[in-house]
Design a binder for this molecule. Structure first.
Ligand code: FEO
Ligand code: CA
Ligand code: CA
Length: 661
């Protein structure tokens, strides 16, 4: 990367996938709001305001004064002592808390799973063991448990794989860069496929100690070969049919499942993000080449298409249309078929923040994680039946998908992605609702949605109903492209937008919005960051990615992309005030070991337990030949010379008991 500052985008495989597309794939003519910003405050006064904020932040001692003020205000909703920033081989949690390993890559999930042997990995073993790169974590209290906050099911996404860290002898840099997959084999690709997907594990706390319940009847591994149903308006459409599935209703596996959500009826929504990276082959030969390009295809992050026809675009045109969806899974029934819910659209879906609207309809918010891509919501047609779980099981097959437009005056509109409405008509290339959904990005282009700075996770505060959108960064936004909702050029550190549905109605097509924080160091004018007064040197962050609310309605933000080099600190978990005088104040609670990203914050209903996911520990400087199986940046969490680093789920509890934070 040629940025003057170290570019945080190249930190992980998921990042690499996005960096490979460099300027994003959205070349539509939709205006960036920079073109209409003058309608609100004019660029000059807007910039003046930004500079003023920066100037205040730059006064020496500002952070310390702020800290004292925050303490004096005694209004902080958080009461923990911050973990100091930095970066080393270990994880660090705020004083007074324990952060213990719950389950690691390779640990048994299914009964009879063999012990993890990194030197002799097989797909058969991996299919029974915990997968790689845990991301989203959802917690479902076990029905009938004596205490639902101490005994439940964890639903965990396994987003992607790092061959160079997983397998001995492949060397560096990463297989998809320069190395041309020199060391890859069909057997290793099959292990990778088995390490993708997700896991359901039963967990229980006894005498203050959480453990995975062995041989649980709920235990499940889902991988890139698990049979899934395709449901909703695109199911059975000609573009969903393949040689292996002439009906277009059955697909094998889910890929690159990043963030997600849990529904009030106890299902797991898991989101396929960078699915493009798995499809191989010449784009020119494909009948839908232009549409593929809008989805960043072909990409070639993985070479599975060499071994398995369905991942080769030249040999199977339509398989790619069957990825990029939201998948609904019933964790209480390990024999149930996961469902790809096409009504919610197809893009690099990042998260599924949900809420039951006051009229009973369910609403799911999602981001499309790409530079200059869009924010979506889906409103069901039917209502949640709180008395009858079974009645909700296909609720997500019918409803309306919307894409967001952020106006410069702080209002916003949800534009319906409905065939026949607006420009979503046959003469514009949308012959049916199936086309609108398969080509969701193109439909968003056609409606003039707002191009955002990589929308990642999106979470709804269960107490206030306000919606929080993580925009992780966009180093490719130029000064001419800034707008009110994406106000920084070369946005290296990202920001968080707060959205308030009109009248508290999540089905409304209108909303208000404002910026909660702008990432980066508020004491460094070059960053043009903004946090609430009182945010310390340990509290600021950049690259917000996964978010979560605890039961008390407090926002926790996990980051992806900070390192000692890019930010003077490794990624971590931060607690952010959203209301009152301290709004925008952030505090550092946890930081990850070298090379890792922070994922999956998830609280039990009593807020006494926090589950965290540490993803891709050990990634290192590829140019220096580091970040490999033989030479990882850390051997966390085992620290054994014969064991590679292992992505793991941690369980955080307060020493002596009590609520987190
Ligand atoms: Fe998988 Fe956009 O993070
Ligand atoms: Ca993410
Ligand atoms: Ca979330």
């Amino acid at each position: 990367m040629s940025d003057a500052m170290p570019n945080p985008d190249a930190m992980s495989r998921s990042k690499a996938a996005e960096a490979a597309e460099d300027i994003g794939s959205n070349n539509s003519a939709n205006p960036t709001l920079g073109e209409i910003i003058d309608t609100r405050f004019g660029r000059r006064s807007f910039l003046r305001g930004a500079l003023a904020t920066t100037a205040i932040s730059a006064i020496p001692g500002y952070a310390l004064l702020g800290e004292a003020a925050a303490q004096g205000a005694s209004k902080s909703s958080f009461d923990f002592e911050e973990v100091p920033v930095g970066g080393d081989e270990k994880h660090h949690v705020a004083p007074g808390y324990d952060a213990d390993i719950l389950i690691r890559w390779g640990d048994p999930v299914l009964p009879g799973a063999p012990a993890f042997d990194p030197m002799k990995q097989t797909a058969a073993a991996q299919k029974m063991q915990f997968g790689y790169n845990n991301d989203f974590i959802g917690y479902l209290p076990l029905p009938g448990a004596a205490n639902g906050s101490k005994h439940g099911l964890l639903c965990v996404n396994h987003e992607y794989t790092n061959e160079e860290l997983m397998f001995p002898g492949l060397g560096g840099p990463q297989q998809h860069k320069k190395n041309m997959f020199a060391g890859m084999t069909k057997e290793l690709a099959a292990v990778e496929m088995a390490a993708h997907g997700g896991a359901v594990i039963e967990v229980k706390s006894e005498n203050g100690k959480w453990q995975v319940v062995p041989n649980s009847k709920y235990a499940r591994r889902i991988d890139a070969d698990t049979p899934m149903a395709i449901t909703g308006p695109a199911a059975g459409h000609a573009r969903m049919k393949t040689k292996a599935d002439p009906d277009g209703r059955r697909v094998l596996g889910m890929l690159n499942n990043c963030a997600g959500g849990m529904t009030p009826w106890g299902t797991w929504l898991t989101c396929e993000e960078n699915f493009n990276g798995y499809f191989w082959g010449k784009q020119d030969a494909h009948p839908e080449a232009a549409k593929l390009k809008r989805y960043g295809l072909p990409n070639g992050q993985y070479n599975w298409g060499v071994y398995f026809d369905r991942f080769d675009l030249a040999r199977e045109h339509n398989e790619v249309n069957r990825f990029g969806w939201i998948v609904e899974i019933d964790p209480l029934d390990p024999a149930s078929t996961p469902k790809k819910r096409t009504a919610l659209g197809r893009f690099k879906r990042e998260g599924a923040g949900g809420i039951t609207n006051r009229d009973g309809r369910y609403v799911v918010y999602s981001g499309d994680d790409e530079r200059f891509d869009y924010v979506y919501k889906f409103v069901t047609e039917g209502s949640v039946d709180t008395a009858n779980r079974a009645a909700n099981m296909d609720l997500l097959d019918k409803g309306t998908l919307y894409v967001a437009k952020y106006n410069a005056d702080g209002t916003g509109e949800w534009l319906p992605l409905v065939h026949g409405q607006g420009s979503l008509t046959s003469d514009k290339g949308f012959a049916s609702q199936a086309d609108v959904l398969i080509d969701t990005r193109l439909a968003g282009d056609a409606l003039g949605a707002t191009k955002m700075d990589r929308p990642e996770d999106i979470d709804v505060n269960p107490r206030t109903g306000k919606v929080y959108l993580m925009l992780t960064n966009n180093s490719r936004r130029s000064a001419q492209q800034v707008d009110a909702a994406n106000p920084r050029a070369n946005n290296r550190f990202g920001h968080i937008i707060e959205m308030t549905p009109d009248g508290g109605d999540h089905a409304s097509t209108r909303f208000g919005w404002n910026i909660l924080v702008k990432g980066g160091n508020p004491a460094d004018p070059k960053h043009e960051a903004s946090f609430g007064t009182g945010t310390t040197g340990n509290g600021w962050f950049g690259m917000p990615d996964n978010g979560a609310f605890d039961a008390r309605g407090r926002l926790w933000v996990a980051t992806d992309g900070m390192s000692k080099k890019s930010a003077g600190r490794n990624d971590g978990l931060f607690a952010v005030e959203t209301e009152g005088q301290l709004r925008g104040v952030s505090r550092g609670f946890f930081r990850v070991p070298e090379g890792a990203e922070m994922c999956g914050p998830c609280f039990t209903p009593d807020d006494e337990t926090l589950f965290l996911a540490v993803q891709h520990p050990g990634e290192g400087d590829e140019e220096a030949g580091e970040g490999t199986f033989e030479k990882p940046a850390t051997r966390w969490p085992d620290f054994r010379p014969d064991m590679p680093p292992r992505p793991s789920v941690l369980v955080v509890t307060k020493r002596g008991g009590g609520k987190i934070g």
